[in-house]
Design a protein around this ligand. Structure first.
Ligand code: ZN
Length: 164
Protein backbone atom coordinates (compact mmCIF):
# COMPACT_ATOMS: atom_id res chain seq x y z
CA UNK A 1 0.00 0.00 0.00
CA UNK A 2 1.66 3.14 -1.18
CA UNK A 3 -0.48 6.09 -2.07
CA UNK A 4 0.69 8.61 -4.60
CA UNK A 5 -1.13 11.78 -5.41
CA UNK A 6 -1.49 14.07 -8.35
CA UNK A 7 -3.56 17.07 -9.29
CA UNK A 8 -5.56 17.24 -12.50
CA UNK A 9 -8.03 19.99 -13.30
CA UNK A 10 -7.40 21.41 -9.80
CA UNK A 11 -8.70 18.18 -8.26
CA UNK A 12 -6.45 16.13 -6.02
CA UNK A 13 -6.38 12.45 -6.79
CA UNK A 14 -4.72 9.93 -4.54
CA UNK A 15 -4.12 6.48 -5.94
CA UNK A 16 -2.34 3.22 -5.29
CA UNK A 17 -0.42 2.49 -8.47
CA UNK A 18 0.98 -0.88 -7.44
CA UNK A 19 -2.32 -2.23 -6.15
CA UNK A 20 -4.05 -1.05 -9.33
CA UNK A 21 -1.38 -2.68 -11.46
CA UNK A 22 -1.46 -5.99 -9.62
CA UNK A 23 -5.23 -6.29 -9.53
CA UNK A 24 -6.28 -9.18 -11.74
CA UNK A 25 -9.79 -10.51 -11.77
CA UNK A 26 -12.24 -12.12 -14.17
CA UNK A 27 -13.81 -8.69 -14.43
CA UNK A 28 -10.81 -7.07 -16.07
CA UNK A 29 -9.53 -9.76 -18.40
CA UNK A 30 -8.88 -8.48 -21.92
CA UNK A 31 -11.83 -9.18 -24.23
CA UNK A 32 -11.46 -10.98 -27.54
CA UNK A 33 -14.34 -9.53 -29.47
CA UNK A 34 -13.70 -7.36 -32.53
CA UNK A 35 -14.94 -4.10 -31.02
CA UNK A 36 -12.73 -4.49 -27.96
CA UNK A 37 -9.69 -5.50 -29.98
CA UNK A 38 -10.22 -2.46 -32.17
CA UNK A 39 -10.47 -0.31 -29.05
CA UNK A 40 -7.22 -1.79 -27.66
CA UNK A 41 -5.43 -1.27 -30.95
CA UNK A 42 -6.46 2.39 -31.12
CA UNK A 43 -5.28 2.94 -27.54
CA UNK A 44 -2.08 1.04 -28.23
CA UNK A 45 -1.16 3.40 -31.06
CA UNK A 46 -1.56 6.41 -28.74
CA UNK A 47 1.72 6.53 -26.83
CA UNK A 48 0.97 9.60 -24.72
CA UNK A 49 -2.35 8.13 -23.60
CA UNK A 50 -0.69 4.80 -22.76
CA UNK A 51 1.80 6.63 -20.59
CA UNK A 52 -0.92 8.65 -18.89
CA UNK A 53 -2.83 5.45 -18.05
CA UNK A 54 0.20 3.52 -16.92
CA UNK A 55 1.10 6.35 -14.50
CA UNK A 56 -2.02 5.23 -12.60
CA UNK A 57 -1.00 1.58 -12.86
CA UNK A 58 -3.46 0.90 -15.67
CA UNK A 59 -2.79 -1.74 -18.29
CA UNK A 60 -4.82 -0.50 -21.28
CA UNK A 61 -6.05 -4.02 -22.09
CA UNK A 62 -7.38 -4.58 -18.58
CA UNK A 63 -10.70 -2.83 -19.05
CA UNK A 64 -13.48 -3.74 -16.68
CA UNK A 65 -15.90 -2.85 -19.47
CA UNK A 66 -15.83 -1.46 -22.99
CA UNK A 67 -19.05 -0.05 -24.34
CA UNK A 68 -18.91 0.39 -28.10
CA UNK A 69 -21.26 0.99 -30.96
CA UNK A 70 -21.04 1.95 -34.62
CA UNK A 71 -22.01 5.55 -35.27
CA UNK A 72 -23.39 4.63 -38.69
CA UNK A 73 -24.38 1.37 -40.30
CA UNK A 74 -21.58 1.14 -42.85
CA UNK A 75 -18.08 -0.24 -42.87
CA UNK A 76 -16.42 3.21 -42.76
CA UNK A 77 -18.28 4.25 -39.67
CA UNK A 78 -16.40 5.40 -36.63
CA UNK A 79 -16.96 3.32 -33.52
CA UNK A 80 -17.87 5.15 -30.35
CA UNK A 81 -15.96 3.45 -27.56
CA UNK A 82 -15.86 3.89 -23.80
CA UNK A 83 -13.29 1.88 -21.87
CA UNK A 84 -13.58 1.70 -18.08
CA UNK A 85 -10.60 1.17 -15.80
CA UNK A 86 -10.84 0.86 -12.05
CA UNK A 87 -8.13 2.59 -10.02
CA UNK A 88 -7.61 2.10 -6.28
CA UNK A 89 -7.64 5.42 -4.51
CA UNK A 90 -9.81 8.49 -4.27
CA UNK A 91 -10.91 11.54 -6.23
CA UNK A 92 -10.69 14.20 -3.51
CA UNK A 93 -13.10 16.59 -5.25
CA UNK A 94 -15.84 16.56 -7.84
CA UNK A 95 -15.87 14.21 -10.79
CA UNK A 96 -14.53 15.79 -13.96
CA UNK A 97 -13.36 15.09 -17.47
CA UNK A 98 -10.55 16.36 -19.64
CA UNK A 99 -9.99 16.37 -23.38
CA UNK A 100 -6.55 14.97 -24.00
CA UNK A 101 -4.63 12.77 -26.42
CA UNK A 102 -7.52 12.97 -28.92
CA UNK A 103 -9.86 11.40 -26.38
CA UNK A 104 -12.13 12.41 -23.54
CA UNK A 105 -10.90 11.10 -20.19
CA UNK A 106 -13.50 10.96 -17.45
CA UNK A 107 -12.64 10.68 -13.76
CA UNK A 108 -15.72 9.21 -12.11
CA UNK A 109 -16.42 8.05 -8.57
CA UNK A 110 -18.97 5.52 -9.70
CA UNK A 111 -19.85 3.73 -12.93
CA UNK A 112 -22.44 1.26 -14.10
CA UNK A 113 -19.84 -1.41 -14.60
CA UNK A 114 -19.75 -4.88 -13.05
CA UNK A 115 -16.75 -5.19 -10.77
CA UNK A 116 -15.65 -7.03 -7.66
CA UNK A 117 -13.42 -4.29 -6.27
CA UNK A 118 -13.70 -3.39 -2.62
CA UNK A 119 -12.39 -0.46 -0.61
CA UNK A 120 -11.66 2.94 -2.13
CA UNK A 121 -11.52 3.05 -5.89
CA UNK A 122 -12.61 5.27 -8.73
CA UNK A 123 -12.97 5.00 -12.50
CA UNK A 124 -11.01 6.38 -15.40
CA UNK A 125 -13.05 6.16 -18.58
CA UNK A 126 -11.48 6.73 -21.99
CA UNK A 127 -14.04 7.84 -24.53
CA UNK A 128 -13.53 8.44 -28.24
CA UNK A 129 -14.90 7.81 -31.71
CA UNK A 130 -12.30 5.48 -33.12
CA UNK A 131 -11.79 4.34 -36.72
CA UNK A 132 -11.81 0.65 -37.50
CA UNK A 133 -8.12 -0.31 -37.84
CA UNK A 134 -8.03 -4.10 -37.48
CA UNK A 135 -6.59 -6.03 -40.38
CA UNK A 136 -9.59 -8.32 -40.82
CA UNK A 137 -13.10 -8.14 -42.22
CA UNK A 138 -15.33 -5.96 -40.12
CA UNK A 139 -18.48 -7.30 -38.53
CA UNK A 140 -21.09 -4.59 -38.34
CA UNK A 141 -23.62 -4.07 -35.57
CA UNK A 142 -22.29 -6.80 -33.37
CA UNK A 143 -22.35 -5.22 -30.00
CA UNK A 144 -20.25 -6.73 -27.31
CA UNK A 145 -21.67 -7.46 -23.92
CA UNK A 146 -18.76 -9.52 -22.82
CA UNK A 147 -18.84 -8.77 -19.12
CA UNK A 148 -22.53 -9.53 -19.00
CA UNK A 149 -21.95 -12.95 -20.50
CA UNK A 150 -18.84 -13.70 -18.54
CA UNK A 151 -19.85 -12.54 -15.11
CA UNK A 152 -23.49 -13.53 -15.25
CA UNK A 153 -24.37 -9.87 -14.73
CA UNK A 154 -27.54 -10.20 -16.79
CA UNK A 155 -28.71 -12.97 -14.53
CA UNK A 156 -27.99 -10.87 -11.47
CA UNK A 157 -29.99 -7.98 -12.88
CA UNK A 158 -32.89 -10.27 -13.66
CA UNK A 159 -32.74 -11.66 -10.15
CA UNK A 160 -33.05 -8.17 -8.72
CA UNK A 161 -36.11 -7.44 -10.84
CA UNK A 162 -37.78 -10.68 -9.85
CA UNK A 163 -37.25 -9.89 -6.17
CA UNK A 164 -39.09 -6.59 -6.62
ZN1 ZN B 1 -15.52 -7.12 -26.19
Amino acid sequence: MSLQSTEINSVRISFDKDKTKEYRTNYNNPCDCQDCRNYYKNIESNGALLEFLSDFGIDYKRTEEVFSWDLENNSNSLIHSEGYYGVFGKIEGDEFSIEKFGTKIIFAKGANVPSDRTGDYFWICVEADFPYILDEERELQKNCFRQSEKSGFVEKVKAIFIKK
